[in-house]
Design a protein around this ligand. Structure first.
Ligand code: ADP
Length: 555
């Protein structure tokens, strides 16, 4: 019945453990895996990066526009009213603003005044570009002056400029330039005119665009200390992938997100990517790292569960051992007590005639009380050890004599139980030991040999010196101990689960006491046993430096 109850308790405990810890932990792990899988399936990391980068592009466009407006503003505000427009003022403005290639003013009354950057007119490409542009502007404004003014007036609410793109030929290649149109009016006459500034293509390509791209990539919200993950940008024509300008570190990879520019630089597209990597690779790395972390955490969790399981099992086993111990000890106390009572009562009645009988009963009473004393001593010693209060009284001792005397008081009992008793006690050097503790260890071992022998009744006790230590052996030809139990028998309360042991009285304390005592002397106790053949318990005590020295002084 008992083991079943134990199993029930154990099962309940394990179920609670699993429900309380393992289930939530497993649920957490599964939910995390499911969540990560969802992120993976929906390409959520890529989408997030895309949104982030789209945001960076929008901000970059805003910065570029702002800067372009500032540059054009600087020129526009210096232009005189349409009636006073003269080429000299325009030339002066141009030479102090080298980023402007051409400036022009058109009014229906005075026509087109078109001025080129004075320092650049000797460049044939530049001169040709100017001629083409002024022809185009002249024709256009003559025909559509009113429409353009209307458009500019309408636009004026959101900003004073209308930008447009112009592709021009410079140094043998097509180059981009944008120009701004704005409204001018004479405050005295109310006459309206159209003003304009054309950005210099070289300035845009060589300075403005690279500077803007660099500024936007290094100040962007995505900047990280790891420059490999920095975003890089590139500008290209809307229908041509060839880069017009790139930020530092552009690695010619495919752009991840693009934005068609609309403000100051129409017809251009701003593109962005991560330096040296792609969104897909970054997302993969993110997923991999997360799965690895999750795997590690799961392993830790499983490890923790296994540890908890083991320690709970151990605690429960100990609890079981303790409850067995209480019933074993009660049983062991009751038997000698009832014997003592029985024989004392018989003696009290005084009915026996033979003096031998009296003698025998006295002996039984003495023996049983000795057993009681031994058991109670064991329990007391054990409780002192558990409380950490056990003290030893080390004294210079002749071990051979101690062993001989201890055995002497047992000889009669041993032989009376039909045991062949063999002692082989060699002289050994005197040692500092606690006499009572060592004697108790020996008594425990001899008692076990008596208890755990069946038909082959033999007890041998050997004492000899061996390589700097003294060995005390107790040999029996009893039931022996299975090898897997041989370590455990030295643990407190532990008794081998054999029916033969179960039927023998015991508390499971003796060997744990022996081990404690021997360790306190700096030695060790070991067992060599074969089931069915017998056991040899060996106490090894070192003949320490102390002992050698004390021997020398006493000599
Ligand atoms: P107890 O003898 O009171 O049960 P011990 O601590 O002295 O407690 O021994 C622990 C267990 O070791 C015993 O229950 C028994 O199973 C086993 N044991 C000890 N000595 C012997 C021996 N000489 N032969 C066989 N088994 C032994």
């Amino acid at each position: 019945m008992k083991p079943k109850r134990f199993w029930n308790e154990r099962t309940r405990m394990m179920l609670t453990l699993e429900l309380a810890v393992a289930l939530p932990a497993a649920a957490l792990i599964i939910a995390s895996i499911w969540h990560l899988r969802n992120i993976q399936r929906e390409n959520a990391v890529e989408a997030l990066l895309q949104r982030d980068f789209a945001h960076v592009l929008a901000i970059s466009e805003k910065h570029m526009n702002q800067r372009a407006y500032e540059l054009v503003d600087d020129v526009r505000t210096q232009l005189p009213a349409p009636g006073d427009t003269c080429s000299e003022i325009m030339d002066r403005i141009l030479s102090s603003h080298p980023y402007a290639a051409y400036l022009f003013v058109y009014s229906p009354t005075s026509g087109l005044t078109f001025r080129s950057q004075p320092g650049r007119v000797s460049d044939p490409d530049f001169a040709k570009e100017g001629t083409n542009f002024s022809k185009m502007a002249d024709g256009w404004f003559k025909m559509e002056f009113d429409d353009v003014v209307k458009e500019l007036t309408y636009r004026n609410r959101s900003g004073p400029y209308m930008f447009d793109a112009n592709w021009t030929m410079r140094h043998g290649q097509h180059m981009y330039q944008s120009y701004a149109l704005f409204l001018l009016s004479d405050p005295s006459t109310g006459q309206k005119a159209i003003g304009g500034m054309v950005f210099d293509a070289d300035f845009l390509h060589d300075r403005f665009f690279p500077e803007q791209l660099d500024a936007n990539t290094s100040n962007g919200p995505n900047e990280s200390s790891d420059s490999a993950n920095r975003p890089v940008m590139m500008l290209h024509a809307r229908h041509d992938w060839t880069p017009i300008a790139t930020s530092e570190g552009w690695d010619n990879g495919e752009p991840e997100v693009e934005r068609n520019l609309e403000g100051a630089f129409p017809d251009l597209t701003l593109a962005i990517k991560m330096r040296g990597t792609t969104f897909a690779a970054t997302a993969n790395r993110f997923m991999r790292t997360n799965f690895i972390i999750l795997g590690g955490l799961s392993l830790l969790l499983i490890g923790g569960l296994v540890l908890t399981y083991r320690s709970v099992s151990k605690e429960m086993a100990l609890a079981k051992l303790k409850s067995d111990f209480v019933s074993n000890v009660s049983h062991e106390l009751r038997t000698p007590l009832s014997l003592i009572r029985l024989y004392a009562e018989t003696l009290e009645m005084g009915r026996m005639v033979s003096p031998d009988k009296y003698q025998e009963y006295y002996q039984i009473i003495r023996k049983e009380s000795e057993r009681l004393t031994a058991l109670i001593n064991n329990i007391l010693d054990f409780s002192r050890i558990e409380a950490g209060r056990k003290e030893y009284d080390f004294r210079e001792t002749d071990i051979s004599e101690l062993v001989r005397n201890t055995l002497e008081s047992y000889r009669y009992q041993i032989e009376q139980q039909g045991f062949a008793f063999q002692e082989n006690i060699e002289p050994v050097p005197p040692m500092r030991v606690d006499r009572e503790a060592i004697a108790r260890s020996l008594v425990n071992l001899v008692n076990n040999a008596l208890k755990y022998s069946q038909d082959r009744k033999f007890i041998g006790v050997n004492l000899y010196r061996n390589n700097g230590s003294v060995k005390l052996e107790v040999v029996d030809h009893g039931i022996g101990i299975p090898s897997q139990e041989q370590d455990k028998i030295f643990e407190k309360f532990y008794r081998v689960g054999d029916p033969l042991v179960h039927n023998t009285k015991g508390s499971g304390l003796g060997l744990s006491l022996v081990r404690h005592i021997v360790k306190a002397h700096g030695g060790d106790v070991s067992v060599d046993s074969t089931p069915g053949e017998g056991s040899t318990f060996t106490i090894t005590l070192p003949v320490g430096v102390d002992q050698q020295a004390s021997k020398a002084t006493s000599a």
